[in-house]
Every structure is written in structure tokens, then in C-alpha cells.
Design a protein around this ligand. Structure first.
Ligand SMILES: Nc1ncnc2c1ncn2[C@@H]1O[C@H](COP(=O)(O)OP(=O)(O)O)[C@@H](O)[C@H]1O
Ligand SMILES: [Mg+2]
Length: 234
């Protein structure tokens, strides 16, 4: 009904737009640059941001930008499984039949990572989302699992992603071994007030709008009440 009224071809803000239709905010460009940096260095990186800032969206765009002949992406949100599922998923993702004992499983994963990188020239990319849910023991396990000091360069990318307090947790003494190995620590910032207006116009354009729908006052109110977090704007 409202679509006809506003002469829209599709419902705006209803579903996520594809990575090729991303709104190029300053923050999303900075995040893309941070991820491109880690792609060069390989190793571990941290991406944090408030809920709805666009972390998962940025990671999806990054994954899609990687050449599948050269990168193997394994995405794991901590909200959907146990830590054990994660280790097993890593082994599966690397084409292995997961071993039962954790110590064997870790060795198996490490060997598969090295083989993939050195022999097959495919860099494994592990994306761990919702990492604020991780227990400390998992954080220290990651430090062991992704320790490839014998190799001259890192044979993998590992992206830890979560809410800003994940970064605070990593500064605690017992998590410092992992924190010290981060080559990147980046916070995804919200849209500025002007960007909220641009973001809304962008989505309306994608939905086929031919004229402005929201008044300037409405956009100001939207920017203020959402503080620029894209999910809230949606
Ligand atoms: N640059 C962008 N262009 C278009 N839409 C975006 C952009 N950044 C975020 N979004 C929208 O905001 C929503 C929330 O982002 P999401 O990545 O799920 O947040 P987070 O993971 O930080 O909680 C996404 O589903 C997407 O619709
Ligand atoms: Mg998310």
C-alpha cells in the first residue's frame, strides 16, 4: 500500500542490501581499509563496534571480495554453536575429518592450515563473530591454536569480531598473550548526521524512489534518535 503511495518498486530497508550496494560511509571505508591491511599482513585482527554498527555486514563484504581460488573463508558466529563445534568446523572447513581428542584436533587443524597455505596456496580465513560471548579459556585456546611461530609468515587470517567490551576484555592480564598478537584493532564507527541522510537516500534510491520521502526535520530526528547506527536507521 505505502509502496504504491510513494511510488516505490521495492520495500526499502526491508532486507540487507548486497555488498556491491553498500553505502560508502567514511566508517565503512575505514573498515574496508583495515581489512585490506590485514589481508596483506595476514595474522590476527580485531574488529569491534556497537550493535548494528555494520560489523557483520562489513565482514560479509570482505569475504565476498576474496578470490575463492586463493582464500578459503570459514565464518563462525559464537551465538550458534559450542566451542567444540567451532574446532570441528575448522577441521571440516579445511577438508579434514575432525579428530576426537582436543590435542589431536588442534594439531590436525594447524597442519591443515599450513598445508593449505604452503602447498595449495590457499590462505584460510577464519571469521569469529559475536566474540564477546567467548570464555577466557577459549581466548587462550585461540592463542595456542593460531601460534605458527615456526613459520616465517602467518599462513592464515583470523578476525575476531564483537562488541566494544571485547577489546576491553583483551586488555586484561590473562588475555594479554592473545592481545599482543593482534596486528589490527579497529572500531566500526556509526554514520555521521549527514551520512544518515545520505544512507536513507541511498536505500530509497535502491527501492526505486524517484523523489524525497522524508522531510529534513524527520531526517534530523532519525539521525539523533539512532545515533547513526545503520540497523537502527533501517
Ligand atoms: N555500509 C552499509 N551500507 C548499507 N547497509 C549497511 C551498511 N552498514 C550496515 N548496514 C546495514 O546495517 C545492518 C546492521 O549491520 P550489522 O553488520 O548486522 O551490524 P553488527 O554486526 O555491527 O551488529 C545490516 O544488516 C545492513 O542492512
Ligand atoms: Mg553482527
Amino acid at each position: 500500500m505505502f509502496k504504491a503511495f510513494y511510488s516505490l518498486a521495492a520495500t526499502p530497508f526491508a532486507k540487507e542490501v548486497g555488498a556491491d550496494q553498500a553505502y560508502p560511509s567514511a566508517a565503512s571505508q575505514e573498515t574496508a581499509a583495515a581489512l585490506a591491511y590485514l589481508k596483506q599482513t595476514r595474522g590476527m585482527g580485531l574488529i569491534v563496534g556497537e550493535p548494528g554498527a555494520g560489523k557483520t555486514y562489513a565482514l560479509r563484504g570482505f569475504s565476498q571480495s576474496l578470490n575463492p581460488a586463493l582464500y578459503k573463508v570459514v565464518y563462525f558466529p559464537l551465538s550458534t554453536g559450542t566451542v567444540n563445534d567451532f574446532y570441528r568446523g575448522l577441521a571440516y572447513g579445511l577438508g579434514e575429518e575432525p579428530k576426537t581428542r582436543k590435542i589431536d584436533l588442534f594439531r590436525q587443524i594447524q597442519q591443515a592450515v599450513t598445508t593449505s597455505f604452503q602447498d595449495r596456496k590457499v590462505t584460510p580465513v577464519f571469521i569469529l563473530d559475536e566474540m564477546q560471548m567467548a570464555k577466557d579459556v577459549f581466548l587462550s585456546d585461540l592463542n595456542l591454536l593460531f601460534n605458527f611461530q615456526m613459520d616465517s609468515s602467518n599462513p592464515f587470517l583470523l578476525l575476531l569480531c564483537g562488541l566494544p567490551y571485547l577489546r576491553d576484555r583483551l586488555t586484561l592480564n590473562h588475555n594479554r598473550p592473545l592481545a599482543q598478537r593482534l596486528l589490527l584493532s579497529h572500531q566500526v564507527e556509526p554514520l555521521t548526521k549527514d551520512e544518515v541522510k545520505g544512507y536513507v537516500a541511498h536505500h530509497l534510491r535502491l527501492a526505486g524512489a524517484s523523489h524525497a520521502i522524508f522531510t529534513e526535520n524527520a531526517l534530523e530526528a532519525l539521525a539523533a534518535s539512532t545515533k547513526g547506527y545503520p540497523r537502527l536507521v533501517n
